[in-house]
Design a protein around this ligand. Sequence first.
Ligand SMILES: [Zn+2]
Length: 231
Amino acid sequence: MGYGYGYYGGDMGYWLIVIVSLVLGALTQGYIKRMYAKWSKVPARIQGTGAEVARRMLDEEGASAVGITHVAGTLTDFYDPRDNKLHLSPANYGQASVASVAVACHEAGHAVQTAQGYGPIKIRTALVPAVNFASQSWMILFFLGVFMNLAGLMRLAVWIFAITVIFQLVTLPVEIDASRRAVAYLGANGQGLDQKGAKQVLTAAALTYVAAALVSILQLLYYANATRNRD
Ligand SMILES: [Zn+2]
């Protein structure tokens, strides 16, 4: 992500980004943890565990081919379009709290997006191979450019880094839409309390993505500016 290379970025702008990143990261991580803990204690009004509620949502919203499996950890949940399965963490799979059904339905929301051909998730999925390449290679190319004093190589590296920033920006509507689908489903099938809790948990989760995108934009501006100064 651009940290740990203090020998290049020793200036004010660099450290400002590091501090903003750490502060935003701590704030958003702390907030999601608090909201998740709060609503993990509240039993959902809707019937069933996270996995059971997600199963019904998938079946009712045209994604019945999607499977549900486990993944280790806490809040490690994701939908994988490659195996077409929701991977739910133990708590969200097996518990019937507002937090569990909210996260499970959010992941179901991603599967429904895919099943319905929602545009932004198509773009996001298509970008994955490029992003994997970009995130592994941009920094190597950038510092090669610095050491070999090749502004062209630095510029190329910044353009490659821009792919990861675009990816994070495309992620935002995908995440917000999945949460909107989860909140709508819980609102229609549970009660107001489920909907309120889901909104709080999923808004907190969305803020972590917003913070990450913001930091990436700052980094992009920083490295673009560092490159311009070399020209
Ligand atoms: Zn998501």
